[in-house]
Design a protein around this ligand. Structure first.
Ligand SMILES: Nc1ncnc2c1ncn2[C@@H]1O[C@H](COP(=O)(O)OP(=O)(O)OP(=O)(O)O)[C@@H](O)[C@H]1O
Ligand SMILES: [Mg+2]
Length: 280
């Protein structure tokens, strides 16, 4: 069989990444991970672990938050992404759905969708129409509300719109930042289904979640970030079975009776002294 051209099945490769905010605050240290083409990779971790920072570094939006990459590299296929701008990432096929389902509240659903894919240059109307159809097939509720102001949508619908807007750029790698945050269980389930569907259509997903149960059920591999460092990595099924993940992220109480949340905080405070061995 002839060898595929290097860019045909691009993987995201993050190697030895250090990120700081301002002059002092180190947010990521020596972070390495890979998102192979067509897979779902979950990134778990407590508040402040650096999950969003990693997505910002990949999508080129770090500078907008006064963050900087001080070491390491990020490549997507043959494209170097570190230190690039968001447009370069989008052009390479990498699109981020930001935390907190930020949509343009004063614009309609349709206008929000049209804003997705800006920066890609002029696209053929049929390409835009095709992307729009894909979004409406995934999210029929949005199709019913194209002229409604986005600010009037429910939280779950706004999350759908935020994902839909990203899909308008026809990404090959979607970066999702806590899509389940603050949503009712039924909506969390719906979002999980959608992520599965998007992936089945050939888009790789880097999924940041505090809802470890949801993320691990979707992911092929997973990584646990703790205070800026990768503490555990491995196949999602294996990680779901490890005691540390069960206790800290799957809400199972410990023998001492500490709640998962309490223990997460303690773990963060003990940074550097916890489970150091990755499963992979
Ligand atoms: N714009 C910023 N300026 C300065 N420090 C920041 C900035 N954004 C994040 N940080 C700090 O970087 C660290 C990592 O934050 P980050 O937002 O990446 O964590 P997270 O894992 O996404 O947390 P959460 O679950 O709360 O969203 C934290 O200590 C945070 O306070
Ligand atoms: Mg975050």
């Amino acid at each position: 069989m002839p060898e595929a051209p290097p860019d045909e099945e691009p993987a995201l490769r993050v190697e030895g990444l250090d990120v700081t905010y301002g002059r002092a605050l180190s947010a990521l240290r020596s972070v390495s991970l890979t998102v192979p083409h067509g897979t779902v990779v979950a990134l778990l971790g407590a508040n402040g672990a650096g999950k969003t920072t990693l997505l910002r570094a990949v999508s080129g939006t770090l500078r907008l938050h006064r963050g900087a990459i001080t070491a390491g590299r990020i490549r997507y296929g043959a494209t170097e992404l570190d230190g690039r701008d968001p447009v370069a990432a989008v052009r390479a096929g990498v699109v981020q759905v930001p935390e907190g389902r930020r949509v343009f509240a004063g614009l309609t659903v349709d206008e929000n969708l049209r804003s997705g894919g800006l920066g890609l240059g002029r696209r053929r109307p049929d390409q835009v129409a095709e992307a729009r159809e894909r979004v409406f097939t995934l999210f029929p509720r949005l199709a019913e509300r194209t002229r409604q102001a986005a600010g009037l949508l429910s939280g779950g619908e706004q999350q759908m719109l935020a994902i839909g807007r990203a899909l308008m750029a026809a990404p090959r790698l979607l970066l999702l930042d806590e899509p389940s945050l603050g949503l009712a269980p039924q909506m969390v389930y719906r979002i999980a289904e959608v992520v599965r569907e998007i992936n089945a259509q050939g888009t790789a997903v880097l999924l940041v979640e505090q809802n470890a149960g949801m993320a691990l059920s979707l992911a092929d591999t997973a990584h646990v970030l703790e205070v800026g460092e990768v503490r555990l990595s491995g196949p999602a099924e294996e990680l779901a079975r490890t005691d540390a993940v069960k206790r800290l992220y799957l809400g199972e109480t410990t023998e001492e009776g500490a709640t998962a949340a309490e223990e997460r905080t303690q773990t963060a405070q003990r940074a550097g002294t916890t489970e150091g061995q990755g499963a992979a």
